[in-house]
Design a protein around this ligand. Structure first.
Ligand code: SF4
Length: 337
């Protein structure tokens, strides 16, 4: 980025009264930075100065000497530009009032030995802001070379199917993996289900079959039944996924962590790291190291986990106020099924 600098000094909120703005302007001028002032930089007129410089003068690196960066951050935000805020208001003028640190008299102004600490502080902060923007570069997005837009949905129940349909509607290629030989999951075993949309006055017939039918309309969705995920490696945008048949043992199965009891010798002494690693390798014999990427794996950009639904198991007495556990006929819907 070829930087074009602009320094903008606000005189509002007491800054102009407390500081010698003419002297302050000399700081950026010494460095050859263009500098402008405004009685109220956050006003429409003040912002116009900034926007005009960005549009007409190609200014892209701005130092705004006004108030704290914690306020008006949305006002002084210019996309594609480097912006730093120098806090003259809170850090200089308001915290060092002239009632306590008087402005120099005419005589003191002519005295080269005299130091106006408030003015000096403002000038130093401005120098720091200018030095900072010289060192800043706009961040560049990190783009993966192997970025995949395919989505993997693990679980072919109602949640997985719904997720897959929604993703396909948005234009993504989706693969659903289901460990059973057919889609549907638990929902397929329900006799009735709770209503989704209004009216909520009675149970409705299961919607799973119609969802499975709907799924068939999307050519973007691939269904893999009798399949489970052995391993997912990589990172968001580039996950390498290894599939396998349920129960199958393959080299790309995820290695298990070593159980705690195996980290000690026969005398109960803790093993050193090297020995623990040896045992770990032995324990996971036949499985590839977790960092090894399966060359035959399939690439996905994102994974949706929609498996593992379990009926809720209420604690003892949890719903006693509703009669659950007290009255035999009060049961959960899964118990009822
Ligand atoms: S709020 Fe900030 S930008 Fe607005 S006048 Fe006060 S110091 Fe200047």
């Amino acid at each position: 980025m070829d930087k074009k600098y602009g320094v903008y000094i606000c005189e509002g909120c007491g800054i102009g009264e407390a500081l010698d703005i003419e002297k302050l302007i000399e700081v950026p001028k010494e460095k050859g930075f263009s500098v402008k002032t405004s009685p109220i930089l956050c006003s429409i007129e003040g912002l116009e100065i900034l926007n005009k410089d960005i549009a007409d003068e190609s200014v892209n690196t701005l130092v705004i000497a006004a108030c704290s960066r914690r306020v008006l951050y949305d006002v002084f935000r210019f996309d594609g530009c480097i912006v730093d805020r120098v806090n003259l208001r809170e850090q200089v003028v308001w915290s060092h009032p002239r009632t306590k640190y008087p402005a120099p008299t005419e005589e003191q102004k002519d005295d080269e030995e005299f130091i106006d600490h408030v003015q000096m502080m403002a000038e130093d902060y401005l120098r720091m802001g200018m030095a900072k923007v010289e060192k800043i570069d706009l961040p560049e997005p990190y783009k993966l070379e192997t970025l995949s837009r395919k989505i993997l949905v693990i679980g072919g129940g109602i949640t997985g199917i719904t997720a897959a349909i929604d993703a396909a509607k948005l234009g993504y290629d989706v693969t659903i993996v289901e460990k059973e030989s057919a889609l549907g999951g638990h929902a397929k075993r329900w006799r009735k289900q709770l209503p989704g949309p209004y009216v909520f006055d009675s149970l409705i017939p299961p919607t799973i079959e119609s969802k499975i039918e709907e799924l068939k309309n999307y050519s973007r969705i691939t269904v893999k039944t009798d399949t489970v995920v052995a391993r997912i490696a990589g990172q968001p945008g580039a996950f390498t996924v290894t599939f396998k048949k349920p129960g199958e043992k393959i080299e790309f199965d995820v290695p298990f962590p070593l159980p705690d009891e195996m980290k000690f010798d026969e005398n109960g002494k803790e093993l050193d790291a090297e020995k623990v690693h040896e045992r770990f390798l032995e324990y996971n014999k036949g499985r590839r190291d977790i960092l090894t990427i399966d060359p035959d794996g399939e690439l996905f950009g994102a994974v949706i986990l929609a498996a593992g639904w379990r009926p809720y198991q209420p604690e003892e007495g949890e719903f006693a106020h509703l009669g659950f556990g007290e009255i035999p006929d009060v049961v959960t819907n899964s118990q009822f099924e």
